[in-house]
Design a protein around this ligand. Structure first.
Ligand SMILES: [Zn+2]
Ligand SMILES: [Zn+2]
Length: 413
């Protein structure tokens, strides 16, 4: 027996309705916002991620699946969704006219120590909007994310939001933060010591309690924001008020990727973070394109399902409608024919494929959750009158052959 690779998980048939419900919600909401789908390869040149995510992040340092292909090229499985989308947008000149609003549903890969809720392969629904530096761009994206989460059934949503400034104001802040970190160097954890050199902003994200205590005295990014960044942030918050999205302006929120500028955010339901993202005005240029301001979010589907289940949210699992049961072998051909007629008018239907007895067919229909069973036997074939049994309460409706398909259609709604 060969097993599933460590840190990965099969999506089993018993789970598929949850995934489909999430994909349905994503498709419905993106279509309402006129957001088009994009699909990019699962692997890219490793260079793309080194240049976009930043070579000081844990993702690139420790967690990326990098391999050499047979042509000696250094490739990587995508560790997140944004870089590939930006690469494709630049390569295909999609931003010749802006705005461009795109979404994706795809797998991403990180070589992490497997633990509850963390997988080496997981799936993301993400959106990337290209072209506007106006605060309304954030509001458009956040309104869509909010509607998506509401559509799934989350009803205790709150947005954590912060501004991490632009290149200009962040340089000032980084200088002050570096000086502070040097002064507390003996009190912070090993990871933070490394971050202090490579990417000081990331230290503020540290989960180690002793670090959190020390950082209470750290310089505050919001004190260093330039006037433009401050005005932008204030406008975004005003837009959220107007859109009726509850938020908490959280100065401690920084996100793990280097390319964010100004707005960063995280949607939480209660205390569970379910979706996050931000603005990344510099990334297109960083990857060789022309300056194109962008906002985007990513939402881990496995995590979203787990959070929804914690909240007691139920996912629609639409039951199959009609099982066409054969009472005798002579009826089997007729059953197959009726089943196809039902499918042709849009009713999900199935008949026996295993030469089962009538009793076993009913048992199968019951276990599969069929709502109705139509039985076909010698009697029905001769009289032309067919009985349809509703499985929930055993009630029976009779139809003449000529009215059978239409009758069932009305019955199942
Ligand atoms: Zn600024
Ligand atoms: Zn730390």
């Amino acid at each position: 027996m060969i097993n599933v690779p460590k840190g990965t998980k099969d999506m089993l048939p018993s789970e598929s309705h949850k995934w489909q419900a999430i994909e349905r919600a994503a498709k419905k909401v993106t279509s309402l916002y006129n957001v088009k789908q994009i699909r990019t390869p699962v692997f890219e040149h490793a260079e793309l991620f080194l240049r976009s995510i930043g070579d000081s992040t844990d993702i690139v340092n420790k967690e990326m699946y990098i391999f050499e292909d047979k042509g000696g090229r250094k490739m990587a499985l995508r560790p997140e969704g944004t870089a590939g989308v930006v690469r494709s947008v630049l390569e295909n000149n999609i931003c010749e006219s802006v705005p461009q609003k795109l979404y994706y549903i795809e797998s991403v890969y990180r070589y992490e120590q497997p633990q509850a809720g963390r997988y080496r392969e997981h799936h993301q629904f993400g959106a990337e909007f290209f072209g506007s530096e106006l605060p309304c761009f954030e509001i458009e994206l956040l309104s869509m994310a909010h509607m998506f989460l509401r559509e799934i059934g989350f009803n205790d949503l709150r947005l954590r939001i912060n501004s991490i400034g632009c290149d200009k104001c962040r340089a000032e802040f980084n200088k002050a933060l570096r000086e502070f970190l040097a002064s507390v160097n003996d009190k912070i954890c090993g990871d933070c010591k490394r971050r202090a050199e490579q990417n000081p902003l990331r230290t503020l994200d540290c989960k180690v309690p002793s670090c959190r205590e020390v950082y209470k005295a750290a310089p505050r990014l919001n004190d260093y924001l330039c006037d433009d960044c401050k005005a932008h942030h204030a406008q975004v918050l005003k837009g959220l008020d107007a859109a009726g999205i509850k938020y908490f302006a959280d100065e401690n929120l920084v996100r793990g990727l280097d390319y964010y500028t100004r707005t960063v955010f995280e949607f939480c339901d209660g205390d569970l973070a379910v979706l996050g993202g931000g603005r990344y005005d510099g990334l297109c240029e960083q990857l060789g394109g022309k300056h194109t301001p962008c906002v985007g979010f990513g939402c881990g589907i496995e995590r979203l399902i787990a959070a929804a289940e914690t909240r007691g949210i139920e996912f629609d699992d639409s039951a199959p409608k009609v099982f066409v049961a054969a009472q005798c072998d002579a009826a089997r051909a007729e059953c197959a024919c009726l089943t196809e007629k039902l499918r042709a008018v849009g009713i999900s239907a199935e008949s026996d494929l295993m030469n089962k007895s009538l009793k076993a067919q009913f048992k199968y229909a019951d276990r599969q959750g069929f709502l109705y069973v139509l039985t076909v036997g010698e009697g029905e074939l001769q009289s032309g009158v067919f009985n349809v049994k509703r499985m929930a309460d055993g009630s029976v409706t009779a139809f003449d052959r000529a009215a059978l398909v239409d009758g069932i259609k009305r019955l199942v709604g």
